[in-house]
Design a binder for this molecule. Structure first.
Ligand SMILES: C[S@@+](CC[C@H](N)C(=O)[O-])C[C@H]1O[C@@H](n2cnc3c(N)ncnc32)[C@H](O)[C@@H]1O
Length: 342
């Protein structure tokens, strides 16, 4: 699927339970994601290992684990239709007797044995926007052997203030591309109860030429039981380039294994250095602020859940900021997916 820099796309991580085969096809054609995972799985999974693949989807990671010699792979996925595709794939590869499909949300799955490796790709472009923290914490407690390992082993989330008048214009006009008519912005806003199109983030490739300051690491996830799913981070950016501050770009760099890194920050679309299915996260600012070098942006980035957690995968992100010039307040913004009329 062709796309351009700074084009604003439907935020697929906010609509997980609606994912269909089209999105899985996009994932399967995502070169940087696929090649990193294949190499990492073949590095980590050893003959006779027991593997759990959380969110197995169409089963490609499970297949690679079996090809690496795994004795058994438990493939868990909440999406029944997609899990059927995994079963077909594994059958075609003549590996059916070593694959156990489980059509449940992982919290409700029970396994007869513990695993050497818990494998997953439940990553959003912010790292945790597909709720990986509690899902993998539960997996660590119930599925992983004492000396077992996670793949990915560490995720780091970075944020950077950016200038993208092109993305801003599309959001004003509520123009948002998507892989099919099934994913529609106004419908999603209604579903989530969000009134303003500036209170949701978008998938978009925001090039490094748009950066107004240096990216800062805001969160690191190690899956050791200490990761937080609810947090508030404060970061201070010194502006280096004059421009119109229109939003915040977020992205992750994941160590899949000791030797394989999946870095989604790239912006070379033609050179296949971008992740087609993840892109970057673009958190917009409704009233952009003209900034100059040495201005200071104090950014508060938060994640939480609705009080009544009725829908799985529903989460709240917030991005609030104050911009100072010579200690005087120049502008501020307050946005987030928590701004709902529940
Ligand atoms: C990003 S896709 C990855 C699919 C596949 N592993 C791949 O790499 O192509 C994530 C999949 O995980 C499933 N999923 C996410 N969280 C889950 C959970 N806690 N339990 C079961 N399935 C989950 C979704 O339904 C989706 O099919």
């Amino acid at each position: 699927m062709k796309y351009e820099s700074e084009e604003v796309w439907f935020p697929l991580s906010e609509d997980i339970l609606a994912w269909d085969e089209d999105f899985h096809t996009l994932m399967l054609n995502d070169e940087i994601r696929m090649s990193a995972y294949e190499i990492a799985i073949k590095e980590v999974v050893k003959p006779n290992y027991i593997v759990v693949d959380i969110g197995t989807g169409t089963g490609i990671l499970a297949q690679w684990a079996l090809e690496a010699g795994a004795k058994k792979v438990y493939g868990i996925d909440v999406n029944k239709k997609i899990l059927t595709l995994a079963e077909k794939r594994i059958e075609k590869a003549n590996l059916k007797d070593k694959f156990v499909p489980i059509n449940k949300i992982s919290y409700e799955a029970e396994l007869p044995e513990k695993a050497d490796v818990v494998l997953s790709e439940i990553l959003g472009n912010l790292g945790d926007n597909e709720d990986m923290t509690p899902i993998l914490d539960d997996a660590r407690k119930r599925f992983l052997q004492n000396n077992g390992v996670f793949l990915p082993k560490q995720i780091k989330t970075y944020l950077v203030p950016v200038s993208s008048p092109k993305a801003h214009r599309q959001i004003i006009d509520k123009k948002c591309r998507s892989i099919s008519t099934k994913y529609e912005l106004t419908e999603l806003l209604n579903k989530l109860g969000i009134k303003s199109q500036f209170d949701i983030y978008y998938d978009s490739i925001i090039p490094s030429s748009s950066y107004l300051a240096k990216p800062i690491l805001v969160k690191s996830f190690d899956f050791d039981g200490e990761d937080e799913a609810v947090y508030q981070t404060e970061t201070r950016y010194e502006i280096e380039t004059a421009g119109l501050l229109t939003g915040i770009k977020g992205y992750f760099i994941a160590d899949l294994s000791a030797n394989v890194t999946l870095d989604i920050s790239g912006d070379d679309i033609a050179g296949r250095k971008t992740s087609d299915c993840l892109k970057h996260c673009y958190m917009p600012i409704e009233n952009p602020v003209l900034v100059e070098p040495h201005d200071i942006l104090q950014l508060t980035f938060s994640r939480s859940y609705p009080k009544e957690k009725s829908t799985p995968f529903r989460q709240f992100y917030g991005w609030d900021g104050k911009i100072f010039r010579n200690d005087k307040l120049l502008g501020e913004f307050r946005h987030g997916t928590y701004k709902v009329n529940l």
